[in-house]
Design a protein. Structure first.
Lengths: 191, 203
């Protein structure tokens, strides 16, 4: 039994409301979700598309021996942090943080789909009281995905981060500052 | 805007060229959610699921007529959404029709998966709606259920009670312990919101 439209909206008929009424009657109730569907299913694994690289593959094979040697040297140079970097990304300071610089070392993707990051920043002063810095992935000039907040000290700051994003879908990184009471966030470093 | 900082530290002033608004919309559109899902955003996936799970189940039940297979189709729909959200192009249109197409495909796959002998041809012409009419009705029901999911809870519950619980306005007022006048005002408001959301779908 469908309800009486006049009882619902009164005598003065509104054509739009009458159509909604008809649509509701025709649609019927949306079924209740059973317990098994009450929450979103765990997303299935997704393959991250890699760039096509015939030439790179050949080059990689030829350079394998060099890479091993480089890897050993790198770990030594990395002061024994144990972090195995696959891709380095450099960042430079802008504005009043012009003298700052940073490097993001991207490690290998783990079995759960996380990219470990080793973020090293130089020349960034401690964030103001109640504030912090944050490393963000950007897309077309917009902040899209946070890689993590951090604070900095004098000299060098090293932070381990972990992100589950498809890194090849973004176009850059920025470091922003969250300053209490400030509506806009200044960008301090960019790729 | 220049900000005075404690400890004598001066972060760069918010010069226009160096700043990005940090404000995220509180109620992202389906389009925005799909873009975020394509980037692996689990939270956006859950919001999208909350909005569309019931419409997908409704569509699957109408098409398949079997609760078990319909529930499987819901699972498959959202697995497909997660896998293929990157193929959604926001510039080509809103997210709901794209999701509807994904759901229809998943439901068709479930339909094809049944191993039942084909039904014999009926002796008399069917009085049911034809495929076009049924598709149109499916789409309208989908849109109605989707629009209902966006209503504030206090309006959605009134609509559900009024339309599908066979309760009169007075009985709804009594059940919800609110004045009859409030029930009428909210119901009208809910219908108006649905009319806004459905827009052109209402013809």
């Amino acid at each position: 039994m469908s309800p009486d439209l006049h009882e619902l909206i009164g005598e003065e008929g509104d054509e739009r409301l009458r159509r909604v009424h008809d649509a509701l009657v025709a649609a019927g109730p949306a079924p209740e979700l059973p317990l098994g569907l009450a929450s979103a299913p765990a997303p299935p694994a997704r393959v991250i598309p890699l760039r096509r690289r015939r030439f790179e593959t050949a080059l990689a094979a030829a350079a394998a021996a060099v890479a091993v040697a480089f890897g050993v040297g790198y770990l030594v140079g990395n002061q024994g942090t144990g972090f195995q970097s696959r891709f380095p990304v450099t960042m430079h300071g802008i504005g009043e943080a012009k003298s700052a610089s940073a490097k993001i070392e991207i490690g290998g993707l783990d079995a759960q789909g996380n990219w470990p990051l080793l973020f090293t920043v130089h020349g960034l002063k401690a964030a103001p009281k109640g504030g912090w810095y944050e490393l963000y992935l950007t897309q077309r000039g917009k902040l899209v995905a946070s890689c993590g907040p951090f604070n900095a000290g004098q000299g060098k700051t090293v932070v381990h981060m972990n992100v589950p994003f498809h890194l090849n879908e973004y176009d850059g990184w920025v470091v922003i500052a969250h300053v209490p009471g400030q509506k806009h966030v200044p960008v301090l470093l960019t790729t | 805007m220049e900000v005075a900082l404690d400890r004598g530290i001066a972060l760069p002033g918010a010069r226009r060229a160096d700043t990005i608004p940090a404000v995220e919309p509180k109620d992202p559109t389906d389009q925005e959610l799909l873009v975020r899902v394509a980037q692996g955003d689990r939270e956006a996936f859950e919001v999208l699921y909350g909005r569309f799970a019931r419409p997908v189940l409704g569509l699957a039940l109408r098409r398949l007529g079997d609760r078990g297979r319909a529930e499987d189709a819901v699972q498959e729909t959202f697995a497909s959404v997660w896998r293929s959200a990157a193929s959604y192009k926001p510039e080509r249109g809103p997210g709901a029709p794209w999701l509807y197409a994904v759901a229809r495909n998943a439901i068709s796959d479930r339909g094809r998966a049944r191993h039942e002998p084909p039904a014999e041809a009926p002796d008399e012409p069917a009085l049911d709606a034809g495929p076009d009419e049924r598709a149109e009705q499916d789409w309208l029901s989908w849109r109605v259920h989707r629009a209902l999911a966006d209503l504030p809870e206090r309006e959605r519950s009134l609509i559900e009670l009024a339309y599908w619980s066979e309760l009169s306005q007075s009985e709804i007022a009594e059940r919800l312990s609110i004045p009859l006048g409030t029930v009428k005002t909210r119901t009208r408001s809910a219908l108006a919101h649905l009319a806004d959301a459905l827009g052109e779908e209402l013809g």
